[in-house]
Design a protein around this ligand. Structure first.
Ligand SMILES: NC(=O)c1ccc[n+]([C@@H]2O[C@H](COP(=O)([O-])OP(=O)(O)OC[C@H]3O[C@@H](n4cnc5c(N)ncnc54)[C@H](O)[C@@H]3O)[C@@H](O)[C@H]2O)c1
Length: 339
């Protein structure tokens, strides 16, 4: 039997703990050797709960650990670029949570370092591994809707983040819409060439005071001529609203939200269900398992990762274009940003 892939985790916060748990309990062919967090107690908690043998408050021993094959970078966004470069220099395969960095020039440096090292590099766009969206992608690819002409993505959070988080998040387009930019490219199987944003502060004035917006509609033009929309709100009172539709010459495919149960209450006044699964930890639970399973498989089999550095870069590029479109109130071609 082949030896299990040895994995090190850097960052034991919300998402680091999810990945650590999935690796320890649900993913075959891999083991977590070490975990580090500058908040030692967070790493210790994971290690204790999951039986991870080595714990550090410094990423260095994990980055350079001779027994570790691959690293998960799950620390705060502002640390990703540096940690990825150091992991690549140490010859480790890398899974990096989105975004690679908020600065596009820095992203380009990181991608060069990864290329030079020749290691596997996967970016954490977990929604591609969601059962609903994966099926839509397969159907579109198989020609089930004919030639795709229209795409709609509805992506609304149940509640806005605190204003302190907003201030350092990179703004709605790099923090929230980044997932939808990636989803748009994934579902349509082609690049976006131009986009236009209308947006505003409609949910919480504190978000405006922190320099961001909380509501946005982005219109996309794809290189195959199709048109798309991304509809974002930081607050949907009925919970996490995550739906897509692709419409084409031969029909359409769409998804509904996922629910905690299928109970439907009918009475003389209305027909009701419970609210959808609330927020990403509940809604996308299984996507995180599939995502890491695919990471482990692509390293073990020497195949291309399903989400690449290019995908990570394109979503950030689209975020830059969206910011400019909103600021200048005009359509922005992605070429303008790449130049
Ligand atoms: N794909 C997704 O669905 C998804 C979901 C949540 C978060 N994320 C991304 O994952 C990253 C972490 O988000 P989170 O919500 O888990 O944040 P978090 O604040 O809960 O956790 C981040 C952890 O990193 C630790 N850390 C900071 N600098 C470090 C360093 N140099 N070395 C080791 N540990 C360090 C912090 O102490 C903290 O425990 C962010 O970049 C975020 O964008 C992705």
């Amino acid at each position: 039997m082949t030896k299990p892939l040895q994995i090190g985790i850097i960052g034991a916060g919300r998402i680091g703990a999810v990945h650590a748990t999935n690796l320890a309990t649900r993913i075959a062919g891999a083991e977590v050797t070490a975990i580090s967090d500058i908040r030692l107690e967070a790493a210790q908690r994971c290690a204790r709960d999951l039986g991870i043998p080595e714990v550090y408050d410094d990423p260095e021993p994990v980055l350079t650990h001779p027994g570790i094959d691959a690293l998960l970078i799950c620390s705060s966004t502002d640390t990703h670029a540096n940690l990825v470069e150091r992991a690549a220099a140490a010859g480790k395969h890398i899974f990096c949570e989105k975004p690679i960095d908020l600065d596009l020039a820095r992203v380009d440096q990181v991608l060069k370092a990864v290329d030079r090292a020749g290691v596997t590099f996967m970016v954490g766009f977990n929604r591609r591994f969601d059962h609903n969206f994966r099926r839509v992608r397969e159907l579109v690819q198989a020609g089930a809707v004919g030639t795709p002409q229209l795409l709609h993505i509805i992506s609304r959070d149940p509640a806005p983040p605190p204003a302190e988080y907003v201030a350092v998040s990179g703004g709605i387009f790099l923090d929230m819409t980044i997932h939808d930019f990636d989803m748009a490219r994934y579902l349509m199987g082609c690049e976006v060439t131009e986009l236009y944003v209308e947006g505003g502060v409609m949910v919480d004035p504190a978000i405006g005071e922190a320099g961001d917006i909380d509501t946005a509609l982005t219109v996309l033009r794809f290189e195959n001529g199709a048109i798309g929309t991304i509809d974002n709100s930081r607050k949907a009172v009925y919970g996490y609203d995550q739906r897509v539709e692709v419409f084409g010459s031969a029909g359409a495919v769409r998804t509904e939200n996922d629910y905690p149960n299928t109970a439907i209450v009918s009475d003389s006044r209305s027909i009701r269900t419970d609210l959808p699964l609330n927020f990403f930890m509940d809604r996308y639970t299984e996507s995180y398992v599939t995502e890491l399973n695919d990471f482990v498989t692509c390293i073990r089999e020497g195949t291309q990762p399903p989400t690449t550095g290019h995908d990570g870069r394109m979503a950030i590029l689209m975020g830059y274009a969206a910011r400019r479109s909103y600021a200048e109130h005009r359509p922005v071609k992605l070429d303008e940003i790449a130049r």
